[in-house]
Write a protein that binds this ligand. Structure first.
Ligand SMILES: CSC[C@@H](O)[C@@H](O)C(=O)COP(=O)(O)O
Ligand SMILES: [Zn+2]
Length: 205
């Protein structure tokens, strides 16, 4: 069971790496187990060639429970995954990638939000509305990652997001879902929406 989930993360990371969304060790992926602990990519690993021992299993509080290599450290952004699993108990996977488009759309944010175009693809993110007017929450990219996690916890506790995704400005997107398969879809969908936004600005639409 645990090894299956890591295999899902390995396969997703390889695909995202090939798409240019996890180059130079960027990004981190995690999947939650039934006891609430989660496997997360160890910090600084090449995401195109992960192996099962390139992960760390951490508790919901962030303690390392299992580390197949003694030198493995949990992702530097583990606190964001912890915040997401704590805020959304139904989430079983949390994926974070860095695409060029996520950084380009950072230019089109309006304070704490990125307005999303009313695309059919939003249905894939759970938005079942005609001509939806929804936004993606945007967070500042503090050097101290726990500070980003704290702001995510505070804002989402007060106001649940329209979509299961958030953008850290000039950094990348994070999505969460009930399964690793859905988290992969959500990354593909958010990246599609980012490409659309970038293209529409290029066309001055
Ligand atoms: C290419 S550096 C990117 C990191 O600073 C970070 O943002 C990231 O996504 C990967 O950190 P990691 O600690 O490997 O999970
Ligand atoms: Zn990152």
């Amino acid at each position: 069971m645990t090894s299956d989930l890591r295999q899902d993360l390995i396969n997703a990371a390889r695909q995202f790496y090939q798409l240019g969304w996890m180059v130079g060790t960027a990004g981190n992926l995690s999947a939650k187990l039934e006891d609430g602990s989660f496997w997360i990519t160890a910090s600084g690993k090449s995401k195109g060639q992960l192996q099962e021992n390139d992960f760390v299993r951490v508790s919901p509080q962030g303690e390392v429970l299992e580390s197949p290599h003694p030198q493995n450290r949990p992702s530097a952004e583990t606190s964001i995954h912890q915040a997401i699993y704590s805020l959304f108990p139904q989430a079983n996977a949390c994926y974070h990638v860095h695409s060029v488009e996520a950084n380009l759309v950072s230019r089109f944010t309006e304070g704490e939000i990125l307005p999303l175009p009313p695309l059919e693809m939003l249905k894939g993110l759970g938005v079942w509305k005609e001509n939806p007017e929804v936004v993606m929450p945007v967070f500042k990219n503090y050097l101290e990652v726990p500070r980003i996690a704290q702001e995510i916890s505070e804002r989402f506790s007060a106001t649940p997001p329209d979509v299961p995704a958030l953008l850290i400005v000039y950094h990348g997107v994070t999505v969460w879902a009930e399964s690793t398969e859905k988290a992969q879809h959500y990354i593909e969908l958010t990246e599609y929406i980012f490409r659309y936004i970038v293209a529409s600005h290029q066309l001055s639409l």
